[in-house]
Design a protein around this ligand. Structure first.
Ligand SMILES: *[C@@H]1O[C@H](CO)[C@@H](O)[C@H](O)[C@H]1NC(C)=O
Ligand SMILES: *[C@@H]1O[C@H](CO)[C@@H](O)[C@H](O)[C@H]1NC(C)=O
Length: 485
C-alpha cells in the first residue's frame, strides 16, 4: 500500500515542469513528479531534485496513489492531444472531487470542452495560464487559473504561494473565472504582448531611421522612459538589447534578420476578436506586421521599385520629438490594453464568465513578459469601478490620453511624411478617434448596402424600424435575398 504523501502531482518534466516543481518544493509543498519517459523521473530525482522533498512516480497509477485527497494533478505537457491522452489515463485512478489542472498553452475552446466533460464525471478541471517562462516558473510565474470554481479553494494556497509577487506583495495569481476563462485570459495576455512589442519596434524604427539616433542614444532614451509611466520589463530589455555589442563592437541587433516568428497565440486573439466583433485593431496589426516582416524577399524587391517620400529628413527639435514619441507610445499602449479588456469583457458576456478585471491586471502586474507599473493603474481603475465600460473612460486614462494626444498626432504626422511604417501606433490613434466620434460615416455605408442589396436601414429618429428606399427610380422588385452582396 503506497502512502499518500504528496500535496500535488505534476506530469511533464520539461524545464517548465521541473521549475514549477522546484518552486512548489521551496514553498513547503510535497510534489510527486511523473514523466511518460520514466527515466526522466529518475534523472530529475537524482539531479535538480536531489536533497528536496520531491517524490517520483513511475506510472500514472503510482502517481495518483501518492496524492492526498482531493488529488491535484497538474499537466505541463504539449497542448493538444497529449493533454486529452493524460486525462484519459488519469481518470480510472481518480475519484469524485479530484482536480486536474492543465498548465500548458491550451487553446481556450479545448479547456471549455474539458471542463464540461470532466464535470460530468465529477472531476474538477482547471485550465491555467502560466506566464513568465522558465525563470518565472522557477521563482514566480504569473498564474491565471480558471475552470471549475469548486477547485479554487483547494489550489489557492499553492498557486498564490508560488506565483510572482507585485511590488506591494500581492500574489500575481487570482481566480480568473469559470470554464475556459484562464486560458482565454492567457491568450489575450499573449496578444497584448504582441502589441507591446510591436509598438516598441515602431518607436525604434522612428528613432533610428527618422531621427538618426545612435544605439547609445536610443538605449539611454529607453532607460529614461523606464523611470516613469512606461516602466516595464519590455522597455527594460529593449534598453539592454540596444546597448548590446557583438564581438566586433557593433550593435548585435543590427545583424539580426528582420523576419519575425510567431507561435500563434497572437493570431488566436485576432481571430477571436473578429469572431466576437470587437475591434482589437492593435493586436491585429501586430500580427500582420509579423506577417509582413516574413515577406523579406518581396520587400527587398519592393524597396527597389516602390516610391516613397523624397529625402525627407526630420527637421524639428529632436529632444522635443523624443518626448512626444514617449507620449505616443504611452497613449497607444493605453488603447491596446483598452481593446484587450473590451475583448475580455465581451467574452465574459458571451460565455457568462464572471471575469475579475482588477484581478487580471494584478496577475499581469508581475512575473510575466508584459509586467509593468502601468498595470497597477489598470488594476486601480477596475478596483474603483468593476463595471467600467471601457478603460479609456477611467478618469486616470482619460486624462493620460488627453494629455498625450497632441504629441501622438504630431509624431504620427511626421512619421507618415517620412514614410516610416507605424501600423500599431497609427491604428491605436484611429481607434481612439473613431471611439470618440458620436457620428461615424456608417450612415453612408448603410445607404450603399440598401442601394445595391436592399439591405434596409434605420433612421436616426426611428431606430428599430427597417426601411428601404427606391434609390434609382427604376428596376423591379428587388430584395436583399436576390442581391446578397
Ligand atoms: C517528459 O520529459 C521531457 C523532458 O525531459 C519532456 O520534453 C516531455 O515533454 C515530458 N513528457 C511527458 C509527457 O511527460
Ligand atoms: C422604383 O421606382 C420605379 C419608378 O417609380 C418603379 O418603376 C420601380 O418598380 C420601383 N422599384 C421598387 C423595387 O420599388
Amino acid at each position: 500500500m503506497v502512502e499518500a504523501v504528496a500535496d500535488i502531482g505534476l506530469i511533464g518534466l520539461a524545464v517548465m515542469g521541473q521549475n514549477l516543481i522546484l518552486n512548489m518544493n521551496d514553498h513547503g509543498y510535497t510534489v510527486c513528479a511523473f514523466n511518460r519517459t520514466t527515466s526522466k523521473v529518475d534523472d530529475f530525482l537524482n539531479g535538480a531534485a536531489k536533497g528536496t522533498n520531491i517524490v517520483g512516480a513511475h506510472s500514472v497509477e503510482e502517481l495518483c496513489a501518492k496524492l492526498k485527497r482531493p488529488r491535484k494533478v497538474m499537466l505541463l505537457v504539449k497542448a493538444g492531444a497529449a493533454v486529452d491522452a493524460f486525462i484519459q489515463q488519469l481518470l480510472p485512478h481518480l475519484e469524485e472531487g479530484d482536480i486536474i489542472i492543465d498548465g500548458g498553452n491550451s487553446h481556450f475552446p479545448d479547456s471549455i470542452r474539458r471542463c464540461k466533460e470532466l464535470e460530468e464525471k465529477g472531476i474538477l478541471f482547471v485550465g491555467s495560464g502560466v506566464s513568465g517562462g522558465e525563470e518565472g516558473a522557477r521563482y514566480g510565474p504569473s498564474l491565471m487559473p480558471g475552470g471549475n470554481p469548486k477547485a479554487w479553494p483547494h489550489i489557492k494556497n499553492i498557486f498564490q504561494d508560488i506565483a510572482a509577487k507585485a511590488p506591494d506583495g500581492a500574489p500575481c495569481c487570482e481566480w480568473v473565472g469559470e470554464s475556459g476563462a484562464g486560458h482565454y485570459v492567457k491568450m489575450v495576455h499573449n496578444g497584448i504582448e504582441y502589441g507591446d512589442m510591436q509598438l516598441i519596434c515602431e518607436v525604434y524604427q522612428i528613432m533610428k531611421e527618422g531621427l538618426g539616433m545612435t544605439h547609445e542614444e536610443m538605449a539611454n532614451t529607453f532607460e529614461e522612459w523606464n523611470k516613469h509611466e512606461l516602466d516595464s520589463f519590455l522597455i527594460e530589455i529593449t534598453r539592454d538589447i540596444l546597448k548590446f555589442k557583438d564581438t566586433d563592437g557593433t550593435p548585435l541587433v543590427e545583424k539580426i534578420l528582420d523576419t519575425a516568428g510567431q507561435k500563434g497565440t497572437g493570431k488566436w486573439t485576432g481571430i477571436d476578436s473578429l469572431d466576437r466583433g470587437i475591434p482589437v485593431t492593435l493586436i491585429g496589426e501586430a500580427v500582420y506586421s509579423r506577417c509582413l516582416s516574413s515577406l523579406k524577399d518581396e520587400r527587398v524587391r519592393a524597396s527597389k521599385i516602390l516610391a516613397g517620400p523624397k529625402d525627407v529628413k526630420f527637421q524639428g527639435d529632436k529632444k522635443k520629438f523624443i518626448d512626444q514619441l514617449g507620449q505616443a507610445l504611452y497613449a497607444a499602449k493605453i488603447v491596446s490594453y483598452a481593446q484587450g479588456f473590451m475583448l475580455m469583457r465581451q467574452a465574459g458576456k458571451d460565455y457568462n464568465w464572471k471575469l475579475n478585471f482588477a484581478g487580471i491586471a494584478l496577475m499581469w502586474r508581475g512575473g510575466c513578459i508584459i509586467r509593468s507599473v502601468f498595470l497597477g493603474k489598470i488594476k486601480d481603475a477596475y478596483t474603483n469601478n468593476p463595471e467600467l465600460e471601457n478603460l479609456l473612460f477611467d478618469p486616470f486614462f482619460q486624462k493620460a490620453t488627453a494629455d498625450a494626444q497632441d504629441s501622438w498626432r504630431s509624431v504620427l504626422a511626421d512619421a507618415i511624411k517620412m514614410g516610416i511604417p507605424t501600423p500599431a501606433l497609427s491604428t491605436a490613434l484611429n481607434f481612439y478617434d473613431g471611439l470618440r466620434h458620436e457620428k461615424l460615416p456608417a450612415n453612408l455605408l448603410q445607404a450603399q448596402r440598401d442601394y445595391f442589396g436592399a439591405h434596409t436601414y434605420e433612421l436616426l429618429d426611428a431606430p428599430g424600424k427597417h426601411v428601404h428606399t427606391n434609390w434609382t427610380g427604376k428596376g423591379g422588385d428587388v430584395s436583399a435575398s436576390t442581391y446578397d452582396a
